[in-house]
Design a protein around this ligand. Sequence first.
Ligand SMILES: Cc1cc2nc3c(=O)[nH]c(=O)nc-3n(C[C@H](O)[C@H](O)[C@H](O)COP(=O)(O)O)c2cc1C
Length: 410
Amino acid sequence: MNTLYNKHILLGITGSIAAYKSAELTRRLKELGADIRVVMTTSATRFITPLTLQALSGHPVNTDLLDTDAEAAMGHIELARWADLILVAPASADFLARLTAGRANDLLSAICLASYSPIAVAPAMNQGMWENKATQDNINTLQQRDIHFMGPGHGSQACGETGAGRMIEPEQIIARTLPLFTSGALSGKKIIITAGPTREAIDPVRYISNHSSGKMGFAIAEAAANAGADVTLVCGPTQLTAYPDSIQRIDVITASQMYQSVMDNLSDCDIFIASAAVADYRPGLQAVNKIKKQHDEMQLRLVKTPDILASVASQTDAPYTVGFAAETENVLEYARKKRQKKGIDMIVANKVGPTSGFNQDNNELDVIWQEGHIHLNLNSKKTLARDLIQIITEKINAIDTTQNTGLKTR
Ligand SMILES: Cc1cc2nc3c(=O)[nH]c(=O)nc-3n(C[C@H](O)[C@H](O)[C@H](O)COP(=O)(O)O)c2cc1C
């Protein structure tokens, strides 16, 4: 079962005798469909070779913060953004101390410091090191920072002593990793998400469209499904595959088809997220045959397409409605106006530019609702999608609470 399909896991390995178990862990994570990038500390490379981990992960292993070749391929910030989860197994006492102190003097620590993604650690050390007040203080601090601890186990140790500090087995680490990608935060909620571009035919061979890849919408669909929602993804033409399989995907071509699909599925919908780049206009008439190149100039009459977002928001009993605004200038101002004009609950603005927006893996978002605004820094669309779903979940929960208490809603 490919339960970790499409998940990017950065596996950090530090200098512990338990490092040999990381080979098995890598193999199992790969078997479950995860894409694994391994980062080893210098000490870790003394316990197990990078070659082994390269062969098992299928990618070169990164070990050195100041390696110009590795930085040119996939630098430490890129790795930090790439990872959906950073899993450090085994995590040495010294690494935990560096993580606590916020050090960035080795590659793995620097990635952890730069990352916004969840971090999980599977500690491995001598029982005296584990019991030491210094280590215990570090653990308390890290737990307060929401670092996930997996183990350690208790028992006989490689050094001959007995006590707490053994790294838990790869299968136990896997069992604790899987829930990190899922939650029940949106279970019982029905969500419709639109994604990708639309195509408006001019004649049988030509159309009007835009550069939207659908990546943001697909990432939101994945994050919503992982949060337990019942997700319907209405998407325009894209090459992407939707994960997980529980997502109900409806493929459409035109804005009118997208409108119809959304309306057909709207009953009982709790949340509507319109991330598709829907054409605002379509040719008034589609030529039956290919238009020939006859004249120096040609005029195309365009007519407005249906406004999906405004139509959904104007329904009685409308779902919590979230729109997207892709702008090239005055992003916040235009987005705020669009939110009010369409009468929607939330708008997510993104600037279309060379490093974010259409057809990029990364994005930078401003999430705006009536009373507030959050800026989400440049990050992978998958991470941003998770953050966005979390923000929307908080809003929905607040609405549910006020409805239950009879207070004014939204
Ligand atoms: C044979 C041997 C086994 C070790 N095992 C561990 C261990 O299980 N846990 C630990 O915290 N340190 C262990 N150490 C010490 C670490 O390797 C050492 O603190 C190192 O600096 C950790 O570096 P790193 O955190 O950058 O990987 C061991 C050292 C040796 C020589």
